[in-house]
Design a protein around this ligand. Sequence first.
Ligand SMILES: [Zn+2]
Length: 428
Amino acid sequence: MAFILIKTFTFTAPTLEVAWVTPVEVPDEALTRLQKAIQFKTVSYSYTTPHDSAAFMGLHQHLAQAFPWVDSLLEKKTIQYSLLYKWAGTDHSLKPVLLMSHLDVVPVDDGTLKDWEAPPFSGEIKNGNIYGRGTMDDKVSVLAILEAVEMSLRSGLKPKRTIYLAFGHDEEIGGDQGAASIAKYLQEQGVKLEAVLDEGGEIAEGMVPGLDKALAIINVAEKGYVSFELTITTQGGHSSMPSADNTIGSLARAIAKLEANQFPYKSIPLIDKQIELMGPHLPFVQKMAFANTWLFGAKIQEALNTRTATAPTIIKGGVKDNVIPTSASAVVNFRVMTGETTEEVLQHIIKTVNDDRITVKSISNRNEPSPVSDYESGSYKLIEKTILQLMPNTLVTPGLVSGGTDTKHYHAISENAYRFFSNPRKRL
Ligand SMILES: [Zn+2]
């Protein structure tokens, strides 16, 4: 007990002292420019439904008119409906950085239209908020980046390091055309990046109960993604004479086995770092747990979801109430933990289910977990410093994100990818 308490009382994290800076004034016209951008219905449905070229070209034209300095002074390349800008730096010995966002948004379900406080493509300002698709994800970043570059160009700023701006048009459905083509183009040009910065991390208030500061998570890694379909084939039969290995019952047992035999929670250095940074700022009981991971590590890993997640999401089978079907299928989605692979997931399913009548095949992209970006690098430290300059009472930590971002397309040309996006509505 004494050991646990000593570990708890001596558990501190270094605090980074950073001076505040005054945020740049955002002119009213910037709001108008964002409002107009929201009004283009640049929706990504799927790769079988073509993008609305008039909407995307309209948005391109709006950006060109709204940011004339960017449009005339930066090198611009249009790849399908995606945009890539190059702002050449003065020091060619420095590797470029790339700031990412995307021009597309997700569709609006017509059934929900009545629930919107303002129409989803209106960009209307109401109660101090701008409403519409893209205000949070992620036209706001496109506009914010362009506002910053335009302002810098007007003031005569010349960056030392080359800066690329990359805005994809199909992020919401995987980025296979936009971000993938931009990354391929840069790779062909021999470009090696210092880092990319994308959406995918945020400032969370109240996410960790009891934490005495706002929490800014710069995500430095992503879990992998894969969905497997399990299909069982049997003789079927009539429901008056059911056999013990009924089609649907057997499939249900297979799913139950997968749920009962989950992947183990894992400790990785990134999670250890998070525990080390967050722990000292937590109330006593949690702090004690975080300070004594040798004893409470499993509980914390559970809370942080540090394993490959298993989620059955679709089940199909049967057509008539008195017929045992000859086949039934289920889809299970996995978010693959750093250090594991989609192939290991497949082998795990086959071994766990252990039923020759069941075939397993992937029905999604097999996205492996991303590499873990360096959270001691200059780029990481710069993002951290900027957050603290604007929002001093914030704890910055690297994190692991379960969702996927477009950064996956850039691994070949950038060792480091940081996922952080902040909408600093108020100074904390
Ligand atoms: Zn997004």
